[in-house]
Design a binder for this molecule. Structure first.
Ligand SMILES: Cc1cc2nc3c(=O)[nH]c(=O)nc-3n(C[C@H](O)[C@H](O)[C@H](O)COP(=O)(O)OP(=O)(O)OC[C@H]3O[C@@H](n4cnc5c(N)ncnc54)[C@H](O)[C@@H]3O)c2cc1C
Length: 400
C-alpha cells in the first residue's frame, strides 16, 4: 500500500460525511433558493454533523466539523452565513439539541435555513455577571406562563423572531434554583424592543421590555427550576463560539498583518516586535481552540472554553490598538457615526477606528474578563471559590 493510499483511507465517520455531502450535492439544483439549498444540507445531516440524525446532524464526532466544511466547499455546497444568526447557531441550537423535546427541536431546521433568527434574553439591569439574580418573572397560568420584566444588551433583538429566555419561576428558593429556561416568540404581544446606541454609533443591541407576554407551557426547555443548569450550557457554548473558529492568520490578526504589509512608511522596530508578539499569541490561542474543539468531541464544552474567550478579547483589543498605530493619521479617522441597526456586526467590514471601538465590548459580551478569570481560577485551577453570602437565601428575602 502506498503512502497516498494510506492518506486516502477514510474512517467510517469520514465516509458517512462524504456520502452525505455527495447526496446533498446531487439533491441541490441551481434553480433552488438559498433557503431551499440550506434545507437540503440540513436534511442530509450537514448543518452540524455532530448533532443527532434528524436534528441536522450525522451523529459523528465534533472534530469532523472542519472536515465536513472542506468537503462541502469541494462539492460546491455553500453553508449559510453564521453571522446572520450568531445566537441561533452558537447558543440556541446546541442548548435546544441538549434539552429540547421533539417539538422544540423542530426549530433547528429554521435556525439553519435562517428563517428563524434568535436573540438571547439573559442580561437584566441588575443581572449581568450575576446572571442568577434574574428578576423577570414567569408565573404559571392555565395557558402556560405569563412573563413580566426587562432585559438589556440584547444583541439583534430588533431582527429576531425567537429568543432564548431565562426567567424566575420560583422566588421561595435560593436564586440559582428558581430559574427556568424558555423559548420566546419575539413577535408575541407585549414584547417591546428599543435600540441602544453603543460607542461605535451602532445600535447592535437593545433593551427588551416584556409586559404580560403569554408563553405556551410547551415553550419551556427542560423542567421548571433547571434554568441555571441549562443557561450554563448556553454560556459555555457562547464562550467557545466567541473565542474559537478563526483559521491561521484569520480574524483581526489578518487585518493587522495586511496593514503592516501595506504601510511600510509607518513601520518601526517597536511596532514590529509588538506585531510578532501578538501573532504568536493569536497562533497559540488558535491552537488552544483547536484542542478545545477536539475535547468537545468527547462531550460537552467545559469551563476551558473560557480561556479561549479571554484570549480572544485580550488579543482583539491589543490588535485593534496596534492597527490604529500602524495606520498613521488615517487611523484617527471615523467613517460614520450615524445610528445604524445592523443585521450583523462585522469587525472586518469597516475601518480600523470602528474595530478599535467595537473590540472594547469583546471583554464584556459573553461574560466579562474578570468573571472569566474567576471561572478559570475556581473551575479549572481549583482555587477556593468567592465568598457567597446569598447562596442559601430564598430569592424573595435577598436585599434588592
Ligand atoms: C456587545 C455586547 C453584546 C451583548 N449581547 C448580549 C445578548 O445578546 N444577550 C444578553 O443577555 N446579554 C448581552 N450582553 C450583556 C453582557 O453579557 C453583560 O454586559 C455582561 O455579562 C456583564 O454584565 P453587566 O454589564 O451587568 O456588568 P456587571 O455585572 O455590573 O459588572 C460590572 C463590572 O464588575 C465586575 N464584576 C462583577 N462581579 C464580579 C465578581 N464577582 N468578581 C470580579 N469582578 C466582578 C465585572 O467584571 C465588570 O467589570 C452584551 C454585552 C455587550 C457589551
Amino acid at each position: 500500500m502506498s503512502t497516498t493510499d494510506i492518506e486516502q483511507e477514510l474512517t467510517t465517520e469520514q465516509q458517512a460525511v462524504v456520502d452525505a455531502v455527495n447526496a446533498a450535492a446531487a439533491a441541490t439544483t441551481a434553480e433552488m433558493s438559498d433557503q431551499e439549498k440550506y434545507g437540503v444540507q440540513f436534511d442530509h445531516g450537514l448543518a452540524w454533523v455532530n448533532f443527532p440524525v434528524g436534528d441536522g446532524g450525522l451523529g459523528v464526532s465534533t472534530s469532523l466539523r472542519e472536515f465536513a466544511a472542506d468537503q462541502m466547499t469541494k462539492a460546491g455546497l455553500q453553508p449559510p452565513p453564521r453571522g446572520s444568526n450568531t445566537i441561533g447557531f452558537g447558543m440556541a441550537a446546541p442548548t435546544i439539541v441538549a434539552y429540547g423535546n421533539e417539538e422544540q427541536r423542530a426549530v433547528l431546521r429554521k435556525i439553519y435555513t435562517l428563517e428563524t433568527i434568535f436573540c438571547q434574553l439573559f442580561s437584566e439591569p441588575g443581572a449581568g455577571s450575576d446572571l442568577a439574580a434574574v428578576a423577570t418573572r414567569a408565573v404559571r397560568n392555565e395557558d402556560g406562563y405569563l412573563i413580566n420584566g426587562q432585559k438589556v444588551w440584547t444583541s439583534s433583538a430588533h431582527n429576531a423572531d425567537m429568543a432564548i429566555l431565562v426567567a424566575r419561576t420560583d422566588t421561595e428558593v435560593p436564586k440559582h434554583q428558581g430559574l427556568s429556561y424558555f423559548l420566546l416568540d419575539m413577535h408575541a404581544p407585549g414584547v417591546e424592543v428599543r435600540g441602544l446606541r453603543q460607542i461605535t454609533g451602532e445600535a447592535e443591541f437593545n433593551e427588551v421590555f416584556l409586559t404580560d407576554v403569554q408563553i405556551p407551557a410547551g415553550y419551556m426547555l427542560g423542567e421548571p427550576g433547571q434554568g441555571w443548569k441549562i443557561s450554563n450550557t448556553t454560556l459555555n457554548n457562547e464562550r467557545v463560539a466567541i473565542g474559537g473558529g478563526n483559521p491561521r492568520e484569520g480574524g483581526m490578526i489578518a487585518q493587522v498583518a495586511k496593514t503592516w504589509r501595506d504601510n511600510p512608511e509607518y513601520r518601526d522596530p517597536l511596532l514590529h516586535d509588538e506585531l510578532v508578539r501578538l501573532w504568536v499569541e493569536v497562533e497559540a490561542s488558535r491552537m488552544m481552540s483547536e484542542r478545545l474543539s477536539q475535547k468537545l468531541a468527547a462531550g460537552q464544552p467545559g469551563p476551558e472554553g473560557s480561556g479561549a474567550k479571554l484570549a480572544f478579547a485580550t488579543n482583539n483589543q491589543l490588535l485593534s490598538g496596534l492597527e490604529i498605530a500602524l495606520s498613521g493619521v488615517d487611523g484617527l479617522r471615523y467613517d460614520t457615526y450615524e445610528m445604524r441597526r445592523p443585521v450583523e456586526h462585522s469587525m472586518t467590514g469597516r475601518i480600523p477606528g470602528y474595530r478599535y471601538l467595537r473590540a472594547k465590548g469583546n471583554s464584556i459580551e459573553g461574560g466579562t474578563s474578570e468573571i472569566i478569570r474567576n471561572i478559570i481560577a475556581e473551575r479549572v485551577l481549583g482555587l477556593p471559590g468567592e465568598h457567597r453570602v446569598d447562596k442559601d437565601v430564598a430569592f424573595k428575602d435577598l436585599p434588592k
